[in-house]
Design a binder for this molecule. Structure first.
Ligand code: A2P
Length: 342
């Protein structure tokens, strides 16, 4: 079996570590795992894909000989190096928001819009974590009933803010946080322990945050519904891992719960976990380190015509980032779509 040389940019970070773990778990055919990070980590060693590997500082030359590289170091690093990688014939699968809305760049969830991958030009974008988890519950309903309007509220785990998000929560749990703004190093504006923060990413003039706009713009692009009305509120919650999303959706055709249940049950990557009277509904503790996203609390939405309400939970480090990126890599290999014309 042919094996592939793969770079992991941000290998020391929260998502990078999951990428290494999932490459091993899913037995991706790796000829070389090149671990790239900042100068701070250069020279450190780490186990990856059966070898002890040295971490290398990311530079424009880091991509020579690689078939593909998964970037998880944030937008600035993607903008700085993705083009260098691409010019060296290395396909970039980018976890940041840098290229997601670029019309030349496919934004892909393989279970939903795999075919968008086919004509890639060397850069492929992985969706925002909350958008990916939401669409894993919503897409089968869209296919069945035709989506018309989307309203969501997210409950986002601290590890979505990187390794620093998790250590911040764990440290603050031992303190007695107040509602004063943080005066210590933290990715969050206020203490997150014993708290909820309705503020993820920067605010725009219209009162929405950039994170909330990602849900709108990326859902439109992935579903191919450029005018879909979407309203979203993003909230950081003191959960270690796995994002939860409350979804209210209006559809074009009349809806019913039995058909909605069937649609979700038959969709790969989603698990219907929905017997509320027996306490069966998805929760972050049940979906951390799980590949499938859980859908529950499925019911008719009494406030929308042809409306359904549901709750979807998924591991944002997996389906919202590392797993989806590796599924893209697996698809490129399986369909022989690695070669590209820029
Ligand atoms: P490093 O550990 O060397 O700082 P997280 O999302 O968990 O905060 O992780 C961010 C990732 O981005 C880490 O792997 C971090 O590496 C990496 N990173 C930060 N700065 C750079 C850079 N200049 N070049 C490449 N990777 C970087």
């Amino acid at each position: 079996m042919k094996k592939y040389r793969i770079g992991i940019v941000g290998a020391t970070g929260a998502v990078g570590q999951e990428i290494i773990h999932l490459l091993e778990k899913r037995e991706f055919p790796v000829a070389e795992a090149r671990l790239l990070a900042s100068s701070r980590s250069a020279g450190l060693e780490m186990d990856a894909c059966g070898n002890r590997e040295k971490i290398i500082e990311t530079t424009p030359d880091s991509f020579k000989g690689l078939d593909m590289a998964i970037f998880s170091s944030g937008s600035d690093i993607s903008i700085k190096y993705a083009e260098d990688a691409r010019k060296q014939g290395c396909v970039v699968i980018d976890n940041s928001s840098a290229f997601r809305m670029d019309p030349q760049v496919p934004l892909v969830i393989p279970e939903i819009n795999l075919s968008d991958l086919e004509d890639h030009k060397g850069i492929i974008a992985n969706p925002n974590c909350s958008t990916a988890v939401t669409l894993m519950g919503l897409y089968p309903l869209h296919k069945r009933f035709g989506l018309k309007r989307l309203i969501t509220s997210t409950y986002q785990a601290v590890s979505g803010a990187g390794a620093a998000g998790l250590t911040t929560l764990l440290n603050e749990l031992d303190e007695n946080p107040t509602s004063e703004p943080n005066n210590h190093d933290s990715p969050f504006p206020y203490p997150i322990a014993y708290n909820l923060i309705p503020h993820i990413d920067d605010f725009r003039d219209d009162g929405y945050t950039k994170e909330e706009l990602k849900m709108r713009n990326e859902s439109r692009k992935i579903l191919g519904l450029p005018k879909l009305p979407v309203s979203c509120t993003c909230v950081r919650v003191p959960v270690k891992r796995a994002h939860s999303i409350s979804v209210n959706a209006e559809f074009q055709t009349s809806v019913n719960v039995p058909d909605a249940r069937k649609a979700i049950e038959s969709f790969a990557g989603a698990e219907l976990w929905d017997i509320p009277n027996s306490g069966r509904y998805p929760m972050p503790l049940g979906y951390a380190e799980k590949e499938d996203c859980g859908v529950g609390r499925l019911r008719i939405d009494h406030a929308l015509p042809n409306g359904l309400a549901f709750w979807v939970v998924g591991d944002q480090l997996w389906k919202g980032a590392a797993l989806n990126a590796i599924q893209i890599a697996e698809s490129l290999v399986k369909r022989q779509w690695l070669k590209f014309v820029s």
